[in-house]
Ligand binder design. Structure first.
Ligand SMILES: C[S@@+](CC[C@H](N)C(=O)[O-])C[C@H]1O[C@@H](n2cnc3c(N)ncnc32)[C@H](O)[C@@H]1O
Length: 193
């Protein structure tokens, strides 16, 4: 399936507050963290930004989902739903349930073969007026992240999503870790047309 990042987390070089503030959450949304890894963004969202919302933390890697189970047992939180599932095959959540679908450092890992399945699944899960927020590495060499040649530039991402009638409504190209070439990431938000 082309993805080799199981168990990786961006927690050591990205700041969950910086990211979540971009999403202008109201506090009661259904939020899905697609390819959540250790869930550092999901947990921050629950703790600070979504007191009345629900966070679905989804990953294909069973260890990551199990760690979130352990966390839930220690701290009594009812609005974190952790799900082990494959985005290329389908997530067991009903159509149109999600207000904000978030994907951090995951999209670059899908191949042109399974990308179509993933994008259609993101569309199925998201409400008609919901947001799909994709944050990924900019395509320049840096100490963190995947090989530069598999990274996707903001304009490529915009073009790919345009093919699914997803319209770019927001772009921040100066987000993430600081390197001499600039910030490591971009964050693009799409809505259904
Ligand atoms: C580089 S890690 C990023 C994790 C997290 N979003 C972060 O930034 O800390 C990529 C994550 O995507 C998950 N992943 C890869 N392919 C997936 C798939 N088909 N379905 C669900 N999760 C997947 C991996 O298991 C891994 O946790």
């Amino acid at each position: 399936m082309g993805h080799k990042h199981h168990g990786k987390s961006s927690a050591s070089f990205l700041n969950a507050d910086e990211i979540l503030l971009e999403l202008n959450l109201e506090g009661n949304e259904n939020f899905l963290d697609a390819g959540c890894g250790d869930g550092f963004v999901s947990l921050k969202a629950i703790e600070k930004y979504l007191p009345e919302g629900t966070v679905y933390a989804v990953d294909i890697f069973d260890e990551s989902i199990k760690q979130l189970d352990d966390y839930k047992q220690k701290i009594n939180i009812e609005n974190l739903i952790n799900i082990e599932a494959d985005l290329t095959k389908g997530i067991p959540i009903d159509d149109g349930m999600i207000d904000v679908l978030f994907m951090l450092n995951v999209f670059h890992g899908f191949t042109s073969e399974n990308r179509d399945d993933v994008i259609n699944e993101l569309i199925r899960l998201t409400k008609d007026d919901g947001k799909i927020a994709i944050m990924d590495f900019k395509p320049f060499d840096m100490q963190v992240g995947p090989p530069t040649e598999i990274r996707i530039s903001p304009s490529e991402l915009e073009d790919i999503f345009k093919g699914y009638n997803l319209k770019k409504v927001y772009l921040n190209e100066e987000i993430g870790a600081e390197f001499s070439e600039g910030k490591s990431h971009y964050l693009m938000i799409f809505k259904k047309e």
